[in-house]
Design a protein around this ligand. Structure first.
Ligand SMILES: [Zn+2]
Length: 288
């Protein structure tokens, strides 16, 4: 165990140098606060860091979970990315960017637990999951981060605008002004994901909203979760992650909208197969 931790620490340092990310303490991070309320992380969840390499997705001895700290929130909470597998360009999934939508973090956390127990789910592909993109907001159950910025309006999309400071959709003093936003940007730049699912919850109808070339992924998800496919959620979202990643950068991006008020376990039950199907789409695109 000690030898493994030493190797992990050495890997962390080399990856830290490459990424310029606040990567640290991978093994001990496995015990960090989890958003999954049902249970503590299992002993099997002890993280390993990537070996000396140029990428957090570089080949490891075995397909194991690696935990990368992307950065810290305003209040100092770690922003932890869980990486599984090493083949191909990954599927990137994150939840909890709006702290008032805790079921989104719950579902992403359940996905991490599932992948820990079921490595066949990402055989031939890779997955990276950030369950809590806005831990300070989740703590307070507020939409915004600790500086009252709506992180999902803070991305440097072409349509970003500041908006009103008094609004719960405040875009921040500048695009990418918030550390949580910058952590997500770094995750996308380093991972170069082939597809992204960002999980939210909204009042009204649940849906598979998509930005960029992602209609096919939204249709795959619909087959499993039965949520309608929507190109627009009906109102403008300047500076949203979907605009930045999907529209401006052309990365297939799904905004999975859960139904606000529905329980986390029910949301997971509805979406487990949809999320696994999107991950499997990575295998099919490699095989094609
Ligand atoms: Zn949201």
């Amino acid at each position: 165990m000690d030898a493994r931790r030493t190797r992990a620490a050495a890997g962390a340092l080399s990856v830290l140098g490459f990424l310029g990310l606040g990567l640290s303490g991978c093994a001990s991070r496995a015990r960090a606060k989890t958003i999954v309320p049902a249970a503590e992380p299992s002993p099997r969840a002890v993280a390993t860091c990537p070996p000396s390499s140029e990428s957090p997705l570089a080949r490891a001895d075995s397909p194991r979970e690696r935990i990368v700290e992307l950065g810290r929130s305003i209040n100092g909470a770690p922003l932890e990315l869980h990486v599984f597998g090493d083949a191909g360009r990954p599927t990137f999934v994150f939840g909890g960017i709006h702290g008032s939508e805790p079921t989104s973090a719950y579902v992403a956390g359940r996905l991490v637990e599932y992948l820990r127990e079921n490595p066949e789910a990402y055989a031939g592909t890779s997955v990276a999951v950030l369950p809590e993109a806005n831990p300070d907001g989740l703590e307070r159950r507020s939409r915004t981060n600790a500086r009252r910025v709506d992180l999902n309006r803070n991305f440097p999309a072409r349509n970003w605008h500041r908006g009103s400071k008094r609004s719960s959709n405040y875009g921040g003093p500048a695009a990418a002004s918030e550390p949580e936003t910058r952590a997500l940007i770094r995750a996308v730049e380093v991972l170069r994901p082939a597809r992204i699912v960002t999980i939210h919850a909204m009042n009204g109808d649940q849906c598979n909203n998509f930005d960029g070339p992602a209609r096919h992924l939204a249709e795959i998800m619909r087959q499993h979760n039965r949520y309608p496919v929507r190109r627009s959620i009906g109102y403008p979202t300047p500076g949203s992650f979907g605009n930045w990643a999907g529209v401006d950068r052309g990365i297939p991006t799904i905004t999975l909208e859960l139904r606000q008020g529905r329980s986390g376990p029910r949301c997971w039950a509805e979406n487990e197969n949809a999320l696994l199907a999107v991950i499997r789409a990575g295998v099919e695109s490699v095989a094609r």
